[in-house]
Design a binder for this molecule. Structure first.
Ligand SMILES: Nc1nc2c(ncn2[C@@H]2O[C@H](COP(=O)(O)OP(=O)(O)OP(=O)(O)O)[C@@H](O)[C@H]2O)c(=O)[nH]1
Length: 314
């Protein structure tokens, strides 16, 4: 895996005859199911899904190649409106970047609903780039017919290229979405190899995995401003295990109280975060993993532009 950015593609694979390839942005306000959809589309868990809003901070690229088409997915953080910190300004920049330079946009909303948050994201879509309305969580709608007036209303709000009522949890719906999105990819040679799933490094995946466990095991007690920095990701030769990876990561929080929440009673919670992250990473990396976690208090970092940049959220 490399750190290449999709806009600066690696040398083309194949001769390009009949191949399609393009960037697909998945946008929508927090909690509508963007990460769930991306995972379903890419077929392997590479982004984070969580009940907690705000967990998708990074611009994550998933890649899926089927038949002659290569879909390069861009998942974006939820569009932030309530807080004006440096962190949120940086998140907003990421969303803006994503909607402008892609071949097709999947605008995800909850079927039958449209709030101010949805309207704000919708207002970022650029004319000229085809946008598909993905009406997700259809399973929560009583009868399909119930959303007909809502669909008509959505039609008036934006010139959507297609309407796709679906559930990201339903495999058939996901396959149908693929067929629809494929039509919007330009004919050009693939950018990545057929089996590549993400252009994020393994070190990045390690940080994301720790972060997911952190949020899952602390629930709503922990503000989203806490973050994970991977200090060490080293591969060591191991005759017993084939592959052995040593990881050290620091969880950065804003307050002593948050540190206490993460560490838990006699260190139980931190230990569990480490154990669950290790088990998942062993599967993901196909390696024996040793993981060491630290918790540091760094007050006010979410308001400090330079520090936000140094943590890689630009
Ligand atoms: N019932 C139902 N729930 C869904 C569906 N898709 C996603 N969800 C749930 O909705 C919640 C939010 O999903 P995410 O994929 O994390 O949402 P997101 O839009 O990426 O959220 P942010 O990371 O906050 O931007 C999770 O609890 C999902 O399991 C669906 O089709 N039906």
């Amino acid at each position: 895996m490399t750190g290449d950015h999709p806009e600066t593609p690696a040398p083309a694979v194949g001769d390009g005859s009949g191949q399609r390839c393009g960037l697909v942005a998945i946008v929508g306000k927090p909690n509508v199911g963007k990460s769930t959809l991306l995972n379903a589309l890419v077929g392997q868990k590479i982004s984070i899904t969580s009940r907690k809003a705000q967990t998708t901070r990074h611009r994550i690229t998933g890649i899926r190649t089927t038949g002659t088409s290569q879909f390069v997915f861009v998942d974006t953080p939820g569009f932030q409106t309530r807080h004006g910190t440096a962190l949120n300004r940086s998140l907003n920049k990421t969303v803006l970047g994503a909607v402008g330079d892609v071949d097709v946009v999947l605008f995800v909303v909850e079927a039958g609903k449209f709030t101010l948050g949805d309207a704000k994201v919708l207002s970022l879509l650029k004319p000229g780039i085809p946008a598909l309305l993905v009406a997700n969580k259809l399973d929560q709608v009583g009868r399909r017919g119930d959303i007909a007036p809502w669909l008509r209303d959505m039609q008036e709000r934006h010139a959507f290229a297609e309407f796709v009522p679906m559930s990201a949890r339903n495999d058939k719906d996901v396959e149908r979405l693929f067929a629809i999105v494929g039509k919007y990819l330009p004919e050009q040679p693939w950018w990545y190899g057929e089996d590549e799933l993400t252009d994020r490094s393994e070190k990045f995946l390690a940080g994301e995995t720790v972060r997911e466990k952190l949020f899952r095991l602390t629930g709503e007690e922990l503000p989203y401003t806490s973050t994970v920095v991977v200090d060490k990701f080293e591969e060591e030769p191991s005759p017993q295990h084939g592959r052995f990876v040593r990881i050290a990561a620091t969880i950065v929080v804003e307050r002593d109280g948050h540190k206490a929440i993460i560490i838990g009673d006699k260190g139980e919670r931190l230990k569990r975060i480490g154990t669950e992250a290790r088990q998942e990473l062993e599967k993901l990396l196909g390696a024996k993993v040793f993981i060491e976690l630290w918790v540091k208090v760094r007050s006010g970092w979410a308001d400090d532009e330079a520090r936000v940049r140094s943590f890689g959220y630009e």
